[in-house]
Design a protein. Structure first.
Length: 631
């Protein structure tokens, strides 16, 4: 019997039998794995902490405050986790919608069964109409602060099938929600109080105006509202819900976010860390203590003796608050954001902002595992690797040189304090080239890692964001000047070769052969012929739309372009004059910078952590199998 398979009209058709493989008519980027992300929210139950880490729910055992231990984690959600509530064996996780460059997609609620904390099980989803930002659960009702869609009240008697019981909508955006008795408290240009005795028909009974009201907590007859603009803690008497009135306030020193109250103290997470306020006399709150966390405090939860601070880029900080005037950090869990990544063999090195650099085992790309970490003194913006040495562009702390001979214990071996803010680093031989923000290009001799020495510099006159070096030419992506080309055959004396002023802000560059690929913000990808640096010529471009290009990596005929909001694009540049988008993957944090190794694409997704994707080319083709004849 002759068996023939072929494609007709773009569909896989089989005569006699189907091919066992599933053909792809279009190339795709598929999910492989993910690690880390920012930490914006935390709640506790018993000795477990439930926190949002990038796009995941992570469950920690904090019974030993010195060593918070991961017990379990969820699969990645479509967007970053914005808030978490827990009741019994159920955890209610809000996640932001993803952004496709023109609209928000798929935000809302996911409910997990955590009866086995090591294996949180997603049992249901609920897509709210707005931006789900704050959540509280009381008995069988879940209350969601849903941005411009108001507050949504869900009946979660059956967590596998949440049903909307009622809602309240008000002009403006609802940022947070709390419930006490029959009353619902909302932050919406102030404190708004609803009678929620009938969840199907809540209605306003009182309001107190407060510009930039952010998060809130209610204890007894008192509401505590943080201010995201001036950092104040506002204390309001709500004994009469129809007439809330402010009785006291205190400046916390920085933009204020999450707040919890226990006994005589209010604990406020702000942009500087954790502020503890004595509220024994609500009319005269006083500053009781402060702890400066490494990043930006976003939320706080309490155990018996400890405050757990969700510190955005600094992870979870566990603080002993037995004496609020002298808080001490007992331990920390630092998953970290990812701003850039470089891969060498089975090891990935990621810059992680304020928490430094991460060393990860990616021998199993589906499950990147942390091997070691080093908290650099600045903000790690970019990283390059050469052998067992890392070079970190560490913002205000300049260039840091890190020995990773023992991946589990990276150690700084030397540094050079650049005059500006180190944004990006490239290393060729014994020379490091640093894009130093408004100080241009710095060339640094790193032949002795313990004592790097500046060789020379060149002021690009704008803001230097990225640099690559090919055949003694440094190509600098300058935010203001576009593409700047310098002769660095003598690193001590870089010389101008030429430049091309791109139409937008250049923040990333890749060079292959005689072509430079420039990530140019809202003006997308620009392809420039640099065969004559004195007369560069743009020969092609690709518009990413409203997202804007942030960085670019080129491998073969493919350009991988990260954007500022929604993820990574794969663009066919085999014809540089006519680039064509092949596929796109939506990441939740807004793609930072990427690395490509064979078919694997490692995306430093900023707030979303490190994503590992696989590029799969199309496989459809005319298929004529072997002819089999029986005798």
């Amino acid at each position: 019997m002759l068996v023939v398979s072929l494609i007709l009209g773009g569909q896989w058709v089989a005569a006699g039998r189907a091919d066992s493989a599933s053909p792809r008519a279009q190339p795709v980027l598929e999910w492989v794995g993910q690690f880390g992300g920012v930490t914006d929210t935390v709640v506790t139950k018993d000795y477990h902490a439930f926190l949002g880490v990038g796009p995941r729910l992570v469950i920690l055992d904090v019974s030993n405050p010195a060593q918070p231990a991961v017990v379990g984690q969820s699969d990645a959600l479509p967007g970053l986790v914005t808030d978490v509530a827990v009741l019994g064996d159920w955890v209610y996780v809000l996640h932001a919608p993803s952004w496709d460059g023109s609209q928000y997609l798929g935000g809302g609620l996911r409910i997990f069964d955590v009866s086995d904390p090591a294996a949180p099980l997603a049992v249901s989803d609920y897509d709210t109409p707005g931006l789900a930002l704050g959540v509280v659960v009381v008995n069988q009702y879940l209350y969601i602060a849903d941005g411009t869609a108001g507050v949504r009240i869900l009946d979660v008697t059956d967590p596998t099938n949440p049903v909307e019981a009622g809602f309240y909508e008000e002009p403006g955006s609802i940022l947070d929600v709390a419930v006490a008795g029959d009353y619902i408290y909302l932050t919406n240009a102030g404190l708004r109080v609803l009678d929620g005795s009938d969840p199907a028909a809540p209605f306003v009974v009182g309001f107190y105006p407060l510009a930039s009201a952010n998060r809130l907590a209610v204890s007894g007859d008192t509401a505590y509202v943080t201010n995201s603009y001036n950092g104040r803690l506002h204390i309001l008497d709500v004994a009469d819900p129809a007439a809330p009135s402010q009785v006291g306030e205190l400046a916390t020193g920085a933009n204020a976010f999450g707040v919890v109250v226990a006994g005589d103290y209010a604990y406020v997470a702000n942009n500087s860390g954790l502020r503890v306020v004595n509220v024994s006399n609500p009319a005269l709150p006083t500053d009781a203590g402060f702890y400066d966390t490494p990043g930006f405090g976003r939320d706080v939860a309490l155990t018996t003796q400890h405050a757990l601070v969700a510190d955005n880029s600094g992870g979870l900080r566990v603080l002993d608050v037995t004496d609020p005037t002298n808080m001490v950090e007992s331990g920390a869990y630092e998953p970290g954001a990812a701003t850039a990544v470089v891969v060498s063999g089975d090891t990935a090195y990621a810059s992680a902002g304020v928490v430094g650099v991460r060393v990860m085992d990616v021998s199993n790309p589906a499950a990147p595992a942390l091997l070691g970490e080093l908290d650099t003194p600045g903000r790690a913006n970019h990283v390059a690797a050469a052998g067992q040495t890392l070079y970190v562009a560490d913002d205000s702390a300049g260039l840091r040189v890190v020995d990773v001979g023992d991946p589990a214990a990276p150690v700084e071996s030397g540094f050079y304090d650049t005059p500006g803010l180190a944004q990006y680093v490239a290393v060729v031989g014994k020379t490091a080239y640093v894009a130093d923000f408004d100080e241009g290009l710095r060339t640094i001799d790193v032949s002795d890692p313990a004592a790097p020495v500046e060789l020379g510099s060149y002021d690009t006159t704008g803001v230097a964001f990225a640099v690559v070096v090919v055949d003694n030419v440094a190509y600098v992506a300058d935010y203001d000047q576009g593409l700047v080309m310098l002769d660095v055959s003598q690193p001590a004396a870089p010389q101008w070769l030429g430049g091309y002023v791109t139409p937008g802000p250049a923040t990333g560059v890749a060079v292959v052969g005689h072509l430079a690929y420039v990530a140019d913000g809202l003006n997308g990808l620009r392809i420039v012929d640099v065969s004559d640096p004195a007369a560069p010529l743009e020969i092609g471009s690709y518009d990413l739309g409203a997202a804007g290009a942030n960085d670019v990596t080129v491998a073969g005929d493919l350009a991988y372009v990260t954007d500022n909001f929604s993820g990574i694009y794969v663009v066919d540049v085999s014809d540089p004059a006519g680039p064509v988008q092949l596929t796109f993957y939506r990441t939740p944090g807004g793609g930072g910078r990427a690395a490509v190794v064979n078919d694997l694409v490692y995306v430093a997704d900023n707030a979303g952590g490190l994503f590992v994707l696989r590029y799969l080319p199309p496989t459809h083709r005319l298929y004529f199998p072997m002819v089999s004849r029986r005798p």
